[in-house]
Ligand binder design. Structure first.
Ligand SMILES: *Cc1c(COP(=O)(O)O)cnc(C)c1O
Length: 462
């Protein structure tokens, strides 16, 4: 038989769409409505033809099995829960902060039901979208007003558009930075229509540099926390307090992007300090911008916190409508802030619990997990590790932690083991170090330990 005959018989052997529609295995695997199933099967058959043209010779049974598997995958949500065993507390690629149980419940309730989002129940008048969050934030920071938008990038874009379009914004050269994920301060400024005026030098900026650069066209001073890197050595920068004092003299507002948006001091947990929203407000910033899903430990959001006259004018800008937060986000931010108001953030908010739990707790957990794994035939070991904050917060900072380490042996490959864990029924993400898989327990919830043991055992099987 010539090569060409093999190809044409392989094509002929492919099942037709109508025979697949009648096939019992396909019928029981599919939950798709008729038209979607037909286009799905057509796409799968096109892929089979491509594979044949590339030299593969799938049996009809293989084709059915691969369609079954593809139908199965279609039913498994991509955004189902995974276990974060990377040791990176705020892991951007795994969706940053996880929220507390109470916050998650508040978000689910708001999603599933109508809520009095913009109606004052007392008067039945319009209003109130930000009232609850603003009063919680006021209790925490003393700030007069708060507006919540889609994320911190949107907050910065919106604030600059509302406060400084077509005018100058003075930024220290050391703060005209790229935060990552496409957020570059000069680009955001340009997009807002504001004109960037850099002052000082990369490593040293003085108050006099700002003072000298002020003109009639100056709309604001912008301070940006350079979250993801540190300048060390011969450096000098101007504090928010000094800048705010100058701003008061010259009637220029200070806008501060603090990034991570902590409401607690990381220095209490053996780490360096991240600027907090509270400090920035106290030092006199007119408007503070922060992320909701970094050290705040809430859902994705951008917080705009500050003096009423500025926050109100930002809220009235047309762009505010385009970047506004939905009811689930607002319910989540409010529930998260309530933990801080009650003084229970350390115990209730996962990010802070992970930060604050003593390493000994994870040593005990790793030891216990290793015992459980060994009884199931998995030769794991407990090892000391260093967890990190992630999310562009506290670059270089490490927190002592413990992990379960798997040493693939006898020709097994560590990347294959890691792939199996990522794609299992409970997906697990760890990190590969020196050809071993390290599963750091600092970022794993206690309640996930049994599921983690199950996932490791399943992935380890030959
Ligand atoms: C992370 C960060 C941002 C972007 O925040 P998103 O909530 O991801 O939009 C902006 N500025 C600073 C300083 C940051 O650290």
């Amino acid at each position: 038989m010539s090569h060409g005959d093999g190809v044409s018989s392989a094509y002929r052997q492919l099942p037709s769409v109508s025979s697949l529609l009648a096939n019992d295995r396909i019928r029981s695997a599919s939950r798709l409505a008729g038209p979607a199933l037909i286009s799905f099967l057509q796409r799968e058959l096109t892929e089979s033809r491509t594979r044949i043209s590339q030299g593969e010779r799938p049996e009809p049974g293989d084709v059915i099995a691969s369609i079954e598997a593809a139908l199965d995958a279609l039913e498994r949500p991509r955004l189902r829960p995974v276990i974060n065993a990377t040791g990176v507390i705020i892991h951007t690629n795994l969706g940053r902060s996880t929220v507390s149980d109470e916050t998650a419940a508040a978000m689910a309730e708001a999603a599933a039901h109508p809520v009095a989002l913009e109606i004052e129940p007392e008067t039945n008048r319009r209003g109130g979208r930000m009232d609850e969050i603003a009063s919680l934030m006021r209790l925490l920071t003393g700030a007069e007003s708060t507006l919540v938008v889609n994320n911190c990038a949107a907050a910065v874009l919106l604030v600059l558009s509302a406060v400084a379009a077509r005018r100058d914004v003075l930024v220290s050269r050391g703060e005209a930075v790229e935060i990552g994920g496409g957020f570059r301060v000069p680009d955001v400024l340009r997009q807002s229509g504001a004109n960037l005026v850099e002052v000082g030098t990369t490593n040293r900026t003085y108050l006099a540099d700002y003072d000298r650069a002020i003109s009639e066209n100056t709309a604001a001073f912008l301070k940006v926390h350079p979250s993801n890197f540190r300048v060390v050595g011969f450096t000098s920068s101007v504090s928010t307090a000094e800048l705010a004092a100058l701003g008061r003299q010259r009637s220029i507002p200070v806008l501060e992007d603090v990034g991570s948006g902590a409401l607690l001091d990381t220095a209490s947990y053996g780490l360096a300090s991240e600027p907090t929203i509270i400090e920035s407000v106290a030092m006199g910033a007119s408007v503070v911008m922060a992320s909701g899903d970094k050290l705040l430990g809430g859902p994705q959001a951008g917080l705009i916190v500050g003096q009423r006259r500025w926050v109100d004018s930002v809220a009235k800008h047309p762009l505010a409508r385009a970047v506004r937060a939905d009811k689930t986000c607002l319910a989540g931010v409010a529930a998260t802030l309530r933990h801080y108001v009650r003084g229970e953030a350390i115990n209730q908010i996962p990010v802070w619990r992970m930060l604050a739990t003593p390493a000994a707790t994870f040593k005990d957990a790793a030891d216990a997990m290793v015992v459980a794994l060994r009884t199931k035939g998995v030769p794991a070991t407990a090892v000391g590790t260093e967890a990190t904050i992630g999310g562009g917060s506290l670059p270089g900072a490490v927190i002592p932690s413990f992990a379960v380490r798997l040493d693939p042996e006898g020709g097994r490959r560590v990347d294959e083991l890691a792939r199996r864990l990522r794609t299992g029924s409970t997906p697990v993400f760890g990190r590969v170090e020196e050809a071993r898989l390290v599963l750091d327990l600092r970022t794993v919830d206690r309640r996930e330990h049994d599921a983690l043991i199950g996932a490791i055992t399943a992935a380890w099987r030959p």
